[in-house]
Design a protein around this ligand. Structure first.
Ligand SMILES: C[S@@+](CC[C@H](N)C(=O)[O-])C[C@H]1O[C@@H](n2cnc3c(N)ncnc32)[C@H](O)[C@@H]1O
Length: 309
């Protein structure tokens, strides 16, 4: 049974579009690579599907297990990164895989009650790891990296035009141990300009989160593994929330839908690449105005879909 008193529960985005595009059916077998609070998984289970849910965050696994316990053997979950998707999918006894979903980024629960420094609004330790048992904390990077490395990360993963000034100030004022401490320094560097719609620290926090979790590298690998796991006619659905993620989803699907990847000046194919998917969405599916009004977090969502050949 769902606990409706839980105010921080994550509201899944583009749910009916995901169900429709994954062509979910009773008795179908699905992998949710970013289980979170299990919102999309629950919708698939409600249509009679079987789901293996994966999440890097041990807390997400605990919450969704509690929430989805009543679905019995149709739901199973495993903690880990989708960078090891092929290996982790082995824990299910699925005879085939009809659909795989990636709903990228972080959940409302992680930002609102995680206590891991994902939010620039609360005063948490500057951690930002999805799996608190693995890798460097954001504070380690911020307090140890040189100015050039900091600038690179802020520019590349945050597309932050103030990257250099922020990096300079980090080096001058560190150590930084909490999210609020970092956010207020960034706020001082980028004074909120008229018409600025986002908090000045949004891009810095995005960049650090992506870097700490190595999100861009694991995404490309996860998508390729997903394509290789799908059965013929199975569907891949990817929801991204910023242009870097969307570019990786778009390029991976584009590449995998081509029969040859040789540069145009090579007249006869030497790569022998064979298309593994058919593109289903030429343009990404975006949320309706009603969904954006009801769930403002959905406003930047983009859904791309491909079908295994
Ligand atoms: C937007 S939330 C998913 C919300 C979910 N669809 C729902 O309806 O509740 C993204 C989730 O992906 C997880 N995540 C991020 N990177 C991951 C990775 N490399 N492997 C597995 N899970 C990951 C995060 O921990 C987070 O719980």
């Amino acid at each position: 049974m769902e606990n409706h008193s839980d105010a921080t529960i994550h509201k899944p985005v583009l749910t009916s579009e995901v169900l429709q595009n994954l062509q979910v059916f009773a008795g179908g077998f699905y992998i949710d690579c970013t289980l979170g609070d299990g919102g999309h998984t629950k919708a698939i289970l409600d249509l009679g599907g079987f789901v293996l849910g994966i999440d890097k965050d041990p807390e997400a696994i605990t919450h969704s297990r509690k929430r989805l316990d009543s679905y019995g053997e149709r739901f199973d979950s495993v903690q880990g990164s989708f960078s090891s998707l092929i290996e982790m999918s082995g824990s299910s006894l699925f005879p085939r895989i009809d659909g795989i979903l990636f709903d990228l980024g972080f959940s409302s629960r992680q930002i609102e009650e995680g206590g891991r420094g994902f939010s620039f609004k609360s005063n948490d330790p500057l951690d930002m790891r999805f799996d608190p048992g693995i890798g460097l904390k954001a504070a380690d990077f911020v307090n140890q990296a040189d100015e050039q490395q900091l600038t690179y990360v802020l520019k590349t993963y945050g597309e932050e035009s103030w990257a250099r000034s922020i990096a300079k100030n980090i080096v001058r004022e560190r150590p930084f141990n909490t999210s609020l401490q970092l956010a207020s320094m960034v706020g001082r560097v980028i004074k909120r300009r008229r018409g600025m719609k986002i908090h000045p620290a949004t891009k810095t926090f995005q960049a650090l989160r992506i870097h700490v979790n190595d999100e861009m590298t694991v995404l490309e690998s996860g998508l390729k593994q997903a394509i290789s796991l799908l059965s013929q006619g199975g569907r891949l659905a990817v929801i991204s929330y910023h242009s870097l993620e969307d570019r990786i989803a778009k390029n991976t699907i584009s590449q995998e839908s081509k029969n040859c990847l040789c540069p145009p000046q090579i007249l006869q194919c030497v790569c022998n690449h064979q298309a593994t998917v058919k593109k289903i969405t030429r343009k990404p599916i975006v949320p309706s105005e009603i969904e954006i009004r009801e769930n403002p977090r959905s406003r930047s969502a983009r859904l791309r879909v491909a079908e295994r050949k």
